[in-house]
Design a protein around this ligand. Sequence first.
Ligand code: HDE
Length: 712
Amino acid sequence: MAVNPKPGSTPARPPMTDRTFAEDTVPSAPGGETHQMAGKGHETLTTAQGVAVADDQNSLKVGPRGPVTLEDFALREKIFHFDHERIPERVVHARGYGARGYFENYEPLKDLTAADPFSEKGLKTPVFVRFSTVAGNKGSADVARDVRGFAVKFYTRAGNWDLVGNNIPVFFIQDAVKFPDLIHAAKPEPDRAFPQAQTAHDNFWDFMSLMPEATHMALWIMSDRAIPRSFRFMEGFGVHTFRLVNAAGESTLVKFHWKPKQGLQSVVWNEAVKLNGADPDFHRRDLWAAIEQGDYPEWELGLQTFTDADADRWIEEYGFDVLDATKIVPEELVPVQRVGKLVLNERVDNFFAETEQVAFCTQNVVPGIDFTNDPLLQGRNFSYLDTQTKRLGGPNFTHIPVNAPKCPFHNFQQDGHMAMHNPVGRVNYEPNSWGPDHNPKENPKEGYQSVPVKESGAKVRVRSETFADHYSQARQFYISQTPEEQTHIADAFTFELSKVETPTIRKRMVSHLMNVDETLAKTVAKQLRLEEMPAPADAARPTRMDLKPSDALSILKNGPNSFKGRKVGALVTDGVDADLLAGLMKACKAEGAMLDLIAPHIGGVTDSAGKHHDADEKIDGGPSVLYDAVALLPSMDGAVELKTMPPARDFVADAFAHKKFIAYTKAAVPLLGKAGVVPDDLDAGCIEMKAAGDADAFVKQCRALRFWDRKA
Ligand code: HDE
């Protein structure tokens, strides 16, 4: 029998990671299929009430061919529970993936903050992180063009702190009251229920083009930031300005940043479209695999700290208000100070228990961290608690292990749905005159204190004048990109607006781009074949032309110059040159990169030295979009076979078009030709492999991630 779990703990389940085929499988008469019985190492299957189940294959019937009885409680309980397996998916950020890890603090930050995670050198605070997309439903594809959520729950010794951020440092809107409109507009249109996980439709761009404040964000989501290569290769941002508070009660304004130690990397749009078909789980699989292989992703936490006086001055000097979530504080203005690192080193044991049930709330702060008046943040502080109550079914979601603090907690909250922490003893109110047992009291010394910021003013429904500049930072973002990245932005606007059926919406959007950069606007207009150039949209503030480019805003200017954690896909056939393959394996390993073998058959190949290699993918399941670089290593005969296979031709043509580094052997040249890559096209991004040592040079070149100079 299963061991009775302790009250409040999750019942132990046998590990199911390895499928073992027991010897004690017996035929389930009379169908002949087999099933396993308890005895040799298996626990007895029971109902939720703990009653042992004798037969889990057949329902209770009146005779072998007769009706099923209502009395069959095991059947009814099993189906009843199944019927209730789903909980409401998140209204936004439904598609997500989580992992556990820790945050390690570099140095005490006592001058800045009393927050526990920053209190000691080397202190490790456990965390749970969930990455997500925003618009798609729970089953949507990972590489949608979208903002990514980057939510971190710190289980500190002073309570839980949730830093619920995104991979883009600005947001669409300035006031929480517009959030339902934004999300309605982005989600599938309500009459037709499509498109799924895509912003390329009329409603979204109608809304965007009517909301000038969204222009800065529009630039970010049309950039490659919105199609990351994986969660591991993206930055994270707290977005809002928060406050850090030290033990003396002095506060400093702060913006939070997560900087990936793996470097930044994105895919290209044509690749994203194909990836979503080839592997809708591309991002979650990547995170799972990296942690499984012990290649733990890491980010450094960065702080931009500044005073209230700085913030006031910037309104005058640069025209942005730090309370406006559509603005950044450029890193050139306030450098990012790296204060610790986040390491994700544990996968969840059960997706539902942790990743689905984790409940982030922006209001979860600990002493040493406080809010500001950002109206978006203030609205979020209501929304998250409210949504968890609906999604997790009541006020006791903090009793679920992933949400419970890991420090002691005591209060008089009681009862409600699924209450797991039930107070014992007589006292359940405060003040009381009972003894100290089970009788927590407030603690003015250690308790959370809000910064006593002075507030005054008339009660008004207005937007602050200081939020009125909608275009200057959008322009700054655009001029900070490399020409390649600028092309991607223009192409993304063209793609999205080409899916918009209403010409006036296309035009209205281009009129905003006129206020950002005329060349960008004209390129998009030309690619859309707009009949005439629209006039620039009316602007509450003229675009400032004096803001300097900020290199930190570009992905390509911040290349990792490393191929660590990336993946090569090697196309191999029987007779693959054993030395070359061994050389490639060695070079990838030395770089900390992964290597997949893609073959005509999943059973694998035999190399020129007669050694067998298992394949990781059959050619039609392993298109080159899954890889950061490719190697074409067929034998002469193998290349002849591959030439006849459309997936092999696509493998090559896509890798070339997506500007990937390509290692190839002489035998692969006809295959390249069949894919449209003739010898004249072979540029410096295509490396011929003649000897095992050439693999080193290839992998070194791959550190640039793409050969952007290719004329695709
Ligand atoms: Fe969220 N957001 N949000 N959001 N958000 C939610 O909470 C909301 C905003 C973000 O992995 C919801 O648990 C409002 C900005 C992440 O579980 C909901 C506003 C940023 C996640 C909600 C915003 C975010 C959410 C839905 C405008 C970046 C996923 C499910 C004022 C700083 C967390 C849930 C996870 C999730 C409301 C804007 C990030 C409905 C009202 C800005 C990463 O409460």
